[in-house]
Design a protein around this ligand. Structure first.
Ligand code: ASP
Length: 439
């Protein structure tokens, strides 16, 4: 078995957490490639090292303040090094960082040092080879991640390397300029490494025992998802569910490598297995429920719309020209609705309204704001009758008015629009009917 293991910030926040990670790695010889995040929070009011670095870089122009902030960051690492009784000094690295900050190396370089330094400590602790991600993860001249070139470079570099630590979150352009992924991007690094080495499994270690059926801020102690497909996960992540970075799926899609979300503090828990496809039916018909608030619906009505070829295209073009992406576009016979993110839309509102009048001359145009979208996702829906009926019965019993329904023909998800203020209540009602009453 060849495994790539990624550890999140909370799994590496202190020497004690490092020890747990060491035990996990040593418990399985297959755990050969390790991708660490930067040290995260040790307690809830603590600050992540990545945030300390962004903040520190802001002070690059003020020598005294810069020194003070760098010292606080160095102390975080020193606490780990001493706690692990390692013979390691990061003095040279900090001298380089100080110099690079003074030369205004950029906030992405600054943030990347969190993973870089943690990688050096991890490699020393495990006695694994350290490979700088700037060497093996490549961004193009526009700063866009270059998946194929990276795969080539990474494969070559890791050939014959039995065990290595590769820090997460960053890479570099051909000229050496360091670039980072978006926040939480160490998950992506883990996927990239897993693809390059043709791993049997990508283990993503965090502080929860897997992916939950819904948001624990809305439902108390929700059930854990045992198995989920990439597609389901993508839908849920897009709709706001966190745990794994949404872009971490793409590198693995090409290889069909499963991901196991595991809990560093409870390694005995099975966690969630994320797979390309599976015959295993989900326990509750639905796999998960996620959602977001803050959408706005633009409703258009026009007599004989249905026979007007090109109507939809002209409408969507107005949004495109104004740089506003649309989420859904449910249509009726003579009606057409476009759902967009309210904050994006608001800036361009009047331009879009006049653009629509010019483009399609609707009989009626109205706006409805403060809507929430809920995605009920599940591969099991395809094989089960009555899923939609159960969702809407639950919402009706909860006295929630459904503003919009959208079910793709893949039957993988049903999207429901409700008012913002009904959002939490609606999620609970759907959760209850599928999971608690297990209908
Ligand atoms: N350290 C980075 C962040 O805080 C990346 C990561 O942890 O995945 O976003």
């Amino acid at each position: 078995m060849k495994k790539v293991v990624k550890f999140g910030g909370s799994s590496l926040a202190s020497a004690e957490q490092f020890r747990k990670v060491g035990e996990i790695i040593h418990a399985d010889r297959g755990r050969r490639y390790v991708v660490p995040s930067a040290p995260g929070k040790r307690f809830s009011e603590d600050t992540k090292v990545t945030d300390m670095l962004y903040d520190c870089y802001q002070s690059a122009g003020n020598a005294a303040l810069l020194e003070e902030k760098l010292a606080a960051i160095a102390a975080r690492y020193q606490e780990i090094i001493s706690g692990l009784s390692l013979e390691l000094s990061l003095e040279e690295e900090f001298a380089q960082i100080r110099e690079a900050f003074a030369a205004r190396s950029g906030s992405e370089y600054a943030a990347s040092r969190g993973e870089y330094l943690n990688g050096i400590i991890m490699a020393a602790y495990l006695e694994y080879e350290f490979i700088d991600a700037a060497e093996v993860i490549r961004f193009d001249e526009d700063g866009v991640f270059d998946a194929e070139l990276t795969n080539e470079i990474m494969q070559k570099r890791l050939q014959g390397v039995e065990r290595a630590v590769i820090p997460g979150f960053y890479g570099a352009m051909a000229d050496g300029t360091v670039k980072t992924f978006s926040r939480g991007g160490s998950d992506i690094t883990g996927s990239i490494v897993a693809r390059a080495v043709h791993a049997d499994l990508y283990e993503n270690w965090t502080d929860v025992s897997g992916f939950l059926v819904t948001d624990p801020h809305i439902v108390e102690d929700p059930a854990t998802i045992e198995t989920i497909t990439y597609r389901e996960l993508r839908e849920l992540s897009y709709m706001g569910a966190t745990v794994l970075h949404a872009d971490a799926i793409f590198p693995l899609r090409k290889e069909g490598i499963p991901i196991n979300i595991k809990n560093t503090n409870r390694p005995q828990d099975a966690g969630t297995l994320i797979v390309e496809s599976t015959c295993r039916q989900p326990k509750y018909t639905i796999t998960g429920i996620a959602g977001k608030k803050g959408f706005c619906a633009i409703n258009l009505e026009k007599d004989q719309m249905n026979s007007e070829i090109g109507f939809g295209r002209k409408v969507l073009q107005v949004f495109e020209e104004n740089g506003v992406s649309f989420e859904h576009a449910p249509s009726g016979i003579d009606t057409f609705t476009v759902l967009v993110h309210q904050d994006e839309f608001m800036e361009k509102e009047q331009k879009i309204i006049s653009g629509l009048h010019r483009a399609v001359e609707p009989d009626m145009l109205d706006l409805e704001s403060d809507l929430a979208l809920i995605a009920v996702v599940g591969r099991g829906m395809r094989a089960t009758r009555g899923t939609a009926a159960r969702i809407f019965a639950a919402l009706s019993h909860a006295h929630i008015n459904v503003k919009m329904i959208d079910q793709g023909s893949s039957e993988l998800n049903i999207i429901i629009g409700v008012r913002n203020e009904d959002f939490e209540h609606a999620v609970r009602a759907i959760y209850d009917i599928f999971v608690l009453t297990h209908l």
